[in-house]
Design a binder for this molecule. Structure first.
Ligand SMILES: Nc1ncnc2c1ncn2[C@@H]1O[C@H](COP(=O)(O)OP(=O)(O)OP(=O)(O)O)[C@@H](O)[C@H]1O
Ligand SMILES: [Mg+2]
Length: 612
């Protein structure tokens, strides 16, 4: 009689494959021993997993359902594999955390180089193909989307949660108890983040500058952080409006970042309106237009291509002349239509024919071809004009209005809106080389996001590990009220939060244990904002010292780290269509055997270890 059997540990763990035994039930020892499964066989409606002993009873007939390269890992093997993969990812970014964090150089398969300190950028540029590791990369990506900063923190906490979880699993605590404990602790931690957050005046420029500076420290932007923090705050304030309830709304869509190589970061500037890194298409075009009507168009100003593949046979030079004249007429008609619509400046996303440029120049119109799509979208905000997709519909379109000026030495246009409600600012970032400006752009992007969050919700936290130690202390207190094995998971969660001050100390060359002991003691004495001064190694009031973070980003880091750790912990069965290891030898015991996990991880850990 067939005996149905669900593999895995049951109790809510994700078991991907449900197997039915047709011959006899299997002993508990056999179930837990993945090594004994030699082949898996599928029947039309059933999946049969055959053990060695069963196979012998079936006359040694192997039954195979998975491809030759497939691998399966179950229970503790699967959990260890996943936890090691996640930890390897977390460890790869740890050394970049904080003001004393170092940068990484990533070289892509095409040879392009990225030098960065930004957690999400590192993980995205790394060639990760382990599935669990990719899930951890998603933590960084979510953090980047939701908060803009704190990606290294989020990933490091996720890795530490899993490391601590593994200790609990080894003590035979069921994964669901760990997951529940982490979930309770995460809720409590976020509640406590709200409790320790300071409500600040969103117009307090000095504090906003401190938030920007904290976010920039350790990044390329740090050396000129005073100038840049001021620019970031000015940019955010320029795009802040109050809604009907008096709440601040910040729309960063109206802040455009342009980069220019050649000068130093300190010479970066904030400009009203847009900057377009382009030249006029023709030398005879004017270089400036005051209070100009601006046409934004995403259709080419060229001879229209025929849809069909046609060939034209010309029998005489006259016919050729007529053909050319027709084409010229078509282009002239387009230029005339644009001039008749009143445009003084044309920004076109596609190409502009040389002849069209000649006519534009004769009419005193500035034309710019192949403008970036993002430039056009931003110009729409700045000038108030529509982006036209068809010259024939010009009559219904609104042209933008702006002062347009070409800067020959910088090779870019300044476009300042002159409409009724001009909005939009451009941060023109400068740096000596491409790599410098790229990293500057990432640092400034983070700072813009956290300053915008602070203006919008007005809540900040003391940085330098202060908030983590305080919240960990409160979560530990809360653990006493949690019954059962979940209590241990809540405590493990608190320990994981303290990873941040530990790593900040480690990266600064300080003793992480001493630092943590000192910090804990200060917090026990009621000093809620005691954090680490990474430059002196002292425990100081980081809020007073101006190390201030956005509360929103920290909340997000805690929740995305917990959710992804829990997702990984809930898996107890991995069935991979291909080889789980990315390199290295075939693990001992064959695919799916106990050696599978270290083999798979060895591949990834080794790969990354080699790179770091
Ligand atoms: N001057 C400072 N002294 C002490 N700690 C600081 C200082 N400036 C920043 N920090 C701390 O550094 C941490 C942030 O480091 P970092 O910016 O490298 O990582 P992240 O924000 O988590 O990730 P990423 O910026 O890569 O997205 C925060 O915990 C912050 O409190
Ligand atoms: Mg940061």
């Amino acid at each position: 009689m067939p005996v149905s059997e669900s593999f895995g540990r049951g109790n809510g763990c994700h078991s991907v494959l449900v197997c039915c035994f047709h011959h006899s039930s299997v002993s508990a020892a056999t179930k837990s021993s993945v090594a004994l499964f030699s082949y898996i066989y599928i029947e039309p409606q059933t999946i049969i997993q055959v053990t060695m002993s069963q196979q012998q009873r079936m006359g040694g007939q192997p039954m195979i359902i998975l491809g030759e390269d497939s691998q399966r890992m179950k229970d503790r093997d699967a959990q260890s594999h996943n936890i090691s993969a996640a930890q390897a990812v977390a460890e790869s970014v740890r050394s970049t955390l904080g003001p004393k964090g170092m940068d990484k150089m990533l070289v892509s398969s095409t040879g392009s180089i990225t030098v960065t300190n930004d957690g999400v950028t590192i993980l995205q540029e790394m060639d990760i193909d382990n599935p669990t590791a990719s899930m951890i990369v998603e933590v960084a990506e979510t953090q980047e989307d939701e908060a803009g900063d704190g990606t290294t923190t989020a990933v490091s906490i996720a890795g530490e949660l899993l490391k601590n979880a593994e200790d609990l699993l080894e003590q035979d605590i069921h994964p669901t108890a760990v997951i529940k404990g982490f979930h309770l602790a995460s809720n409590k931690a976020r509640e406590e983040i709200d409790n320790v957050a300071y409500d600040v005046d969103p117009e307090d420029t000095e504090l906003l500058k401190q938030v920007a500076e904290t976010s920039m420290t350790g990044k390329g932007a740090e050396l000129e952080k005073e100038v840049l923090a001021q620019l970031v705050v000015d940019a955010v304030q320029a795009v802040t409006v109050k809604d009907d309830d008096g709440e601040n709304i910040v729309d960063l869509e109206f802040v455009n970042i342009e980069t220019q190589t050649g000068r130093s970061a300190g010479e970066s500037e904030l400009l009203n309106g847009a900057v377009v890194s382009k030249d006029p298409d023709h030398d005879d075009m004017p270089q400036a237009a005051e209070d100009a009507s601006v046409l934004l168009i995403n259709e080419a100003i060229e001879v229209e291509d025929t849809d069909a593949d046609a060939s034209v046979q010309l029998d005489s030079p006259d016919q050729l002349q007529t053909f050319i004249e027709k084409e010229e007429e078509q282009i002239k008609a387009k230029v005339d239509a644009i001039a008749d619509a009143g445009a003084d400046v044309v920004f076109c996303q596609k190409g502009i024919d040389d002849l069209a440029n000649h006519y534009f120049a004769k009419k005193g119109i500035i034309a710019v071809s192949r403008a970036k799509k993002s430039d056009l979208s931003f110009l729409r905000e700045v000038t108030g004009g529509d982006v036209v997709s068809d010259i024939d519909s010009l009559a219904d379109a609104t042209l933008g209005s702006a002062n347009v000026e070409y800067d020959e030495s910088e090779e870019l246009f300044y476009v300042e809106g002159t409409g009724e409600d001009p909005h939009g600012v451009t941060l023109l970032l400068r740096g000596s080389t491409d790599h410098v400006v790229d990293e500057l752009e990432r640092g400034i992007g983070d700072a813009l996001d956290v300053v915008a969050q602070t203006v919008a919700d007005g809540r900040v936290l003391a940085g330098g590990g202060a908030v983590e130690v305080e919240v960990a202390r409160r979560v530990r207190e809360y653990a006493d009220s949690v019954s059962g094995r979940e209590q241990l998971a809540v405590e493990a969660f608190a320990d994981a939060l303290e990873l941040v001050p530990r790593v900040l100390a480690e990266n600064a060359g300080l003793d992480s244990i001493d630092t943590l002991v000192e910090l804990r003691a200060a917090h026990e004495d009621g000093d809620e904002t005691a954090g680490l001064n990474v430059f002196t190694g002292d425990v100081v009031d980081t809020f007073d010292a101006g190390v201030v973070e956005s509360a929103h980003a920290k909340r997000q880091a805690v929740s995305s780290a917990t959710e992804s750790a829990n997702l990984v912990l809930k898996i107890d069965d991995i069935i991979a269509a291909g080889d789980l290891s990315t390199e290295g030898e075939e693990p001992e015991g064959g695919p799916g055997g106990p050696g599978g996990a270290p083999g798979g991880m060895g591949g990834m850990g080794g790969g990354m270890g080699g790179m770091m």
